[in-house]
Design a protein around this ligand. Structure first.
Ligand SMILES: [Zn+2]
Length: 279
């Protein structure tokens, strides 16, 4: 499976019981920020990376806009938001320590900007997100959206078909940030009704139906062209820098439009997720 701007942070009262937890979170954030300094050292490996396959449940996708309590740019799927402040327990169905550690490291970058925490779950039964690596030969990259994972209790909710112990930090950043964006309730930015991308459809079908994606024609249609309908959405703006936007080479469009391969959280991603999960 599927994103303004000064932000006023509301202050909230913290009872003594929360103080330690918040201090721990601040310490963790500082540590992560230090690691982010290396972002500019990450470079693409040349060939474009695969994009993720849409994984939409029965929930209706809604783009939140300025009329909503939560405003800003982005695509959030209504009804899939986790409770604010939640600690999300991540269970690894397979994969060695290196890939597990890398996934947690990059997933936690979202927690720098959202009132969420990610911890490794010790049991499948007590977990919220269940991650597999090429599980049962699945080479796709996908995740259920937000709390839709609860409809798949005990089952896999996220798959990485392209990550292994030899993958670059760039690849981890690209795949993990995107799939965990889905896992905390975000949809695909290029499906915003305001995207208005002038697709060269034959070129897009040809590309995605070939390797490494090997999608069916129907999958290309739903993943690339089926934008959210206006009646399903409200006002929004559109962010081509979002981690939730597919990369689009100029050859896929009939005009000068293109979107770079986004491997990092955009400034608007950070603002948007903070509004969904405020401190
Ligand atoms: Zn996706």
């Amino acid at each position: 499976m599927v994103m303004a701007l000064a932000i006023a942070l509301s202050s909230c009262k913290k009872d003594p019981g929360n103080v330690l937890e918040n201090e721990e979170k601040l310490a963790m954030d500082a540590e992560l920020k230090a690691s982010l300094a290396g972002d500019q050292l990450l470079t693409t490996q040349g060939a474009p990376l695969k994009v993720c396959v849409d994984k939409l449940s029965d929930s209706r996708p809604i783009i939140l806009g300025q009329d909503d309590e939560i405003s800003g740019r982005g695509v959030a799927v209504k009804g899939t938001k986790w409770p604010n402040g939640k600690t999300l327990r991540v269970f690894f169905i397979n994969g060695g320590q290196v890939v597990r550690d890398n996934v947690m490291k990059f997933a936690r970058r979202w927690a720098n900007h959202a009132n969420l925490r990610f911890v490794v779950a010790q049991s499948r039964a007590e977990s919220d997100i269940r991650v597999g690596f090429k599980l049962n030969g699945d080479l796709g990259n996908w995740s259920w959206i937000g709390t839709d994972a609860n409809y798949h209790r005990g089952e896999q909710t996220m798959n990485f078909g392209d990550l292994d112990r030899n993958s670059s930090d760039y690849a981890y950043s690209f795949y993990v940030l995107h799939e965990f964006g889905h896992a905390i309730g975000l949809g695909h930015e290029h499906l915003s009704p305001l995207a208005n991308i002038n697709w060269d459809k034959p070129a897009v079908y040809q590309y995605y139906m070939g390797p490494p994606n090997n999608w069916t024609r129907a999958q290309v249609t739903s993943n690339i062209f089926d934008k959210y309908k206006p009646r399903e959405v409200r006002n929004t703006a559109y962010d081509t820098k979002s981690i939730m936007h597919y990369w689009i080479p100029n050859e896929f469009t009939l005009d000068d439009f293109s979107v770079d391969e986004n491997a990092y959280l955009s400034d608007k991603d950070k603002i948007f997720i903070k509004r969904i999960y405020p401190d």
